[in-house]
Design a protein around this ligand. Structure first.
Ligand code: MRU
Length: 370
């Protein structure tokens, strides 16, 4: 299975996903701004992977803040010294959060790291101790993501029928996470159980995450895959025996409305029309319990050039107006279930998501304690 990122010698090494499947290249990041740029340019992408990269970026930001101080100042943990450091840390957090606004895993991870740094300051840790602790926390976010995906895979495989012909959109695989994947994690687990006959991967215009990444990733693991262009999804449902749709998510509101890659909404509508169950697979960190419904989810709009050209070649008049939302919101009523590391949530989602929230708050998995 492919690796998305590595933390090596205090640097974040990212697999450059913009180059796949043509070449496998790695980017070495030793500043938080370089990680922010990688997130913005989709060199690293997919909600959970963005979250983990942002956690490492926060660890880098703290190190940059500490390194900018005179050595003798580093032992000073007075209230005012801590306040200054935390103010710079908050600035780095805000910059990272702005890199991509829809995937809530990003601001979830930067909040976890920021809150931890505040608790460390209160506990009297010096900047170097804080740096070590923040690195450890980022590694924990990374490692637990893989565990969560494996759990999601086990729960999700149960809803996958025998002889499954699955349609998926975008890439919610190992590449979009720290390993295994969410939607593709479920597919991987179901494949291990011998249930998967075929996976249809939507190409996913404009940036082709489905054909470049999902197809590549599944072929690497010898999972049968057929790529179609986005406008072939409904017809494939009608003619190819598709019996389940599984996609990932970037942000899920408290009522189950789900933001995911642009085109997901259309896929969900087509699935409904064909009586095919439509599932979302996502970890608890993709839920935004503060939003009552999907209308409150911020939708990222990207550069017009992504639509006016195709893989570098001009595909539209240079002056044509373009609408380029990177995500859409699928209403909860089109979703049969949401597969999480805590189990499969079923409608009514207000209730099942409320129960999930209680469990997550109780666990306090990422709360730093002295
Ligand atoms: O723009 P991207 O490639 O970051 O969009 C990714 C998606 O929409 C994924 O489906 C989502 O982040 C879930 S990834 C496990």
């Amino acid at each position: 299975m492919v690796e998305t990122m590595k933390w090596e010698d205090g640097k974040l090494i990212l697999l450059d996903q913009t180059k796949l499947p043509v070449t496998v290249e790695w980017i070495s990041c030793d500043t938080y701004r370089r990680v922010g740029e990688a997130i913005q340019k989709l060199e690293v992408r997919g909600a959970p992977a963005i979250g983990a990269a942002a956690a490492f970026a926060m660890a880098l930001a703290w190190r940059q803040i500490a390194n900018a101080e005179q050595p003798e100042a580093l032992s000073v943990c007075s209230k005012s010294a801590n306040k200054k450091r935390l103010a710079s840390f908050a600035k780095a957090r805000a910059e990272l959060d702005a890199a991509r606004p829809t995937a809530v895993n990003l601001s979830w991870a930067t909040k976890v790291m920021y809150d931890a740094a505040c608790s460390m300051a209160e506990a009297g840790l010096d900047p170097q101790q804080t740096e070590t602790e923040l690195e450890t926390l980022a590694v924990k976010i990374y490692e637990l993501d893989i565990d969560k995906n494996k759990k999601m895979g086990e729960y999700g495989a149960e809803v996958v029928p025998e002889n499954a012909v699955i349609l998926t959109h975008c890439n919610a695989g190992a590449l979009a996470t720290c390993g295994w994947g969410t939607a593709l994690g479920v597919i991987r687990s179901a494949h291990q159980q011998g249930k998967v006959k075929m996976v249809y991967s939507d190409e996913t215009r404009p940036l082709l995450q489905g054909s470049r990444l999902t197809a590549w990733e599944l072929l690497e693991d010898n999972i049968p895959v057929t790529t179609i262009t986005d406008n072939m999804a409904a017809w494939s449902m009608k003619t190819k025996g598709i019996n389940i749709v599984i996609t990932g998510a970037d942000r899920i509101a408290a009522n189950g409305d789900t933001a995911n890659k642009i085109g997901t909404y259309g896929v969900a509508l087509a699935a409904k029309a064909h009586g095919i169950p439509f599932y979302i697979a996502a970890p608890a960190s993709t839920f935004d319990f503060s939003l009552t419904d999907g209308s409150q989810i911020p939708i990222e709009e990207r550069r017009a050039e992504e639509v006016r050209s195709f893989q570098g070649a001009v595909s539209a008049p240079p002056n044509v107006k373009v609408f380029n939302p990177a995500f859409d919101v699928t209403p909860a009523k089109l979703i049969a279930g949401i597969i999480t590391e805590y189990g499969v949530l079923r409608p009514p989602f207000e209730r099942s998501i409320g129960e999930l929230k209680t469990k997550v708050l109780k666990e306090e998995l990422f709360t730093w304690k002295a």
